[in-house]
Design a protein around this ligand. Structure first.
Ligand code: AMP
Length: 576
């Protein structure tokens, strides 16, 4: 039987999956017919788990039982309270991955054989491991974890060009801005430089609108200070305003009256908004400069600039890109879908599907990796000096070796401490793990050579091999270890237990999901409406709940469509 190979973009705000069909990437719709599945997990009143749109709608109505933006915490020991459960970022990501996988299987009627999952280029060892752990928890066989910009280049088919290409990928998502410079040479893709700002994204453009407009809104609505609900109302209106200003020169900001505030209406021009965004636009420039510098190229040397991430739709962003890269900017693919499409291309490639041209994808080590050593400076011994073994930018897979010596007479053991980072001192870098080499042969200082070999594979797994050199009657001895897991990253035993626990989690039945999403969205809208509009909606929700009790399928779907139509009408009519 032919296998099903899927590419997954596991995003901070949204995730999505794609497959290759007839030689082209195809984004798969989820159970409710949408392509973007919010990376949000929530727990229901009866203890079952909701993932995606139904969970996102509950972020305002049930914040204490809902978790979002957990991708930011991958590879750390953070955890999130979701109702009665405390879940790690890997477990939450696994729930999203599993949901995407189920949707793909339901749409295609096939079982997934293998998946390719994307991660940001700046993800370090621990974050990549945590991503793989999430895949294992979701029961997915993950062939490769690839970098998001590499996937974007694959989606644009840049690997098929005859000539060498130098590409810059500008990825402005909801919460981060990632810039990578790639070189594509005879179908081989290499990342030459990357930089980013993990605290700058589309959300900040919304926040800037909120900050600018809040005082005026407060004064006009007769409020001393906003309640959280009014703040959420203003935020939602500003998100809509931002998107509308991507299409039109002017757009309305409208806030309907609530029990404690008057209605507010005002038109905002793109020019006004762009003036408020100026400081953010200035900040966008520095990661672009840094990535170009990291790759050692000037903007003129870039052949293609790819715009990826939903927020690159903003005209102010497109102008910035055009000012640097002129007519070499490309944005034909939907910016939120390009990465998943590229992951599918890679998955199909891996599966050796005939309809995808051959290519090799290489990646680079995102950070320098090395060990801690002691160095003599004048008469003093300086501890904790970082001695790099695999330099940042080394093409992967890579295996590099360096030789070290014992420092004391009769030194019988040595602590190998593995670090990642770019600073000269280990204390300023990030510790990945350690290993104690014991039973060294007795000898004078500097007489026992220890060769340390780092082998780093395409999935970001670091294996360390230490060879203790021969001395006297002691022969050569080799010890190997995979860098110890970070605190916060799961052990195989923990993964086994978490998988078993996940198998017991009660999920909402798939066929009932559209009903559930309709209810959660309607309830969320209900919290924001007032007066007659609220009354109509309440009546319709009650009718729909009644229909659900009846188990009468045609009646349920009829009522659901009516509820969805009413929500759409009321949201538009009240601009909520
Ligand atoms: P992503 O993480 O790639 O899905 O990006 C999501 C970000 O893109 C959010 O901040 C959205 O507000 C933003 N976004 C999506 N569509 C638009 C649009 N038409 N105009 C401006 N920003 C948008």
């Amino acid at each position: 039987m032919q296998g099903l190979y899927v590419g997954i973009d596991l995003g901070t705000t949204f995730s999505l999956a794609a497959i290759i069909q007839d030689g082209r990437p195809l984004i798969i719709e989820n159970a409710i017919g949408e392509t973007l599945t919010p990376s949000v997990v929530s727990e229901d009143e009866d203890g079952s788990i909701l993932i995606g749109a139904a969970a996102l709608a509950r972020t305002t109505t049930h914040p204490q039982t809902t978790a979002a933006t957990f991708k930011r915490e991958m590879g750390t020991s953070a955890s999130f309270q979701v109702g009665g459960r405390r879940l790690r970022p890997e477990e939450l990501s696994a729930l999203v991955l599993r949901k995407l996988a189920e949707d793909v299987e339901a749409r295609t009627g096939m079982t997934i054989t293998e998946a390719v999952v994307t991660v940001p280029a700046y993800f370090g060892e621990a974050q990549r491991r945590a991503t793989r752990d999430a895949c294992a928890l979701a029961g997915l066989t993950v062939e490769r974890v690839i970098n998001e910009p590499t996937a974007a280049a694959l989606a644009y088919g840049l690997n098929h060009y005859e000539e060498d290409q130098r590409v810059i990928v500008l990825d402005l998502g909801g919460g981060t801005f990632d810039v990578s410079v790639l070189e594509i040479l005879e179908g081989v893709i290499e990342i030459q430089g990357s930089a980013g700002d993990t605290r700058l994204g589309g959300e900040d453009f919304v926040n800037a609108l909120v900050e600018e407009l809040a005082p005026e809104v407060r004064a006009a609505r007769g409020l001393v200070a906003e309640e959280p609900r009014q703040r959420a109302q203003l935020r939602a209106a500003c998100e809509r305003l931002k998107r509308e200003l991507s299409e039109a020169e002017r757009a309305p900001l409208y806030l309907p009256a609530t029990d404690s505030a008057k209605a507010f209406e005002r038109v905002v021009s793109r020019e006004e908004a762009e003036a408020w965004w100026e400081p953010l636009v200035v900040r966008l420039r520095s990661p672009i400069r840094a990535a170009l510098a990291d790759a050692g190229v000037s903007p003129e040397e870039i052949d293609v600039a790819l715009l990826v991430g939903g927020a690159t739709r903003m005209p102010v962003f497109r102008r910035l890109a055009a000012s640097l890269f002129g007519g070499r900017v490309r944005h034909e693919l939907p910016p939120d879908e390009a990465v998943a499409m590229g992951a599918a291309v890679q998955a199909a490639l891996k599966a050796d599907q005939k309809d995808v041209q051959d290519l090799v994808v290489t990646d680079i080590a995102p950070f320098t990796m090395g060990i801690s050593v002691q160095r003599r400076v004048g008469h003093r011994d300086l501890q904790g000096v970082f001695s790099p073994i695999i330099e940042r930018g080394t093409v992967l897979p890579a295996s590099r070796e360096d030789e070290f010596y014992t420092i004391d007479d009769d030194q019988r053991s040595l602590l190998l401490e593995v670090y990642q980072g770019e600073n000269t001192m280990c204390r300023d870098n990030h510790r990945l793990g350690h290993y104690s080499l014991d039973n060294l042969p007795p000898a004078k200082s500097g007489e026992v050579p220890i060769r340390v070999r780092f082998t780093y594979d395409l999935n970001g797994m670091l294996e360390v091999e230490a060879t203790v050199g021969a001395h006297g009657r002691h022969g050569e001895r080799v010890e190997t270890f995979v860098v110890e897991r970070e605190p916060g990253v799961m052990t195989p035993e923990q993964i086994k237990r978490a998988r078993a626990a996940m198998a017991r989690v009660k999920f909402h039945p798939r066929d009932a999901l559209p009903n559930r999403v309709a209810i959660e969205r309607a309830e969320e809208l209900h919290t924001r409406l007032l007066g007659d509009a609220r009354g109509y909606l309440r009546a319709q929700i009650v009718d729909f709940r009644g229909a659900l009790e009846s188990q009468d399928i045609p009646r349920i779907s009829g009522q659901r469509e009516e509820l969805i139509a009413l929500c759409r009408y009321l949201a538009e009519a009240t601009n909520t």
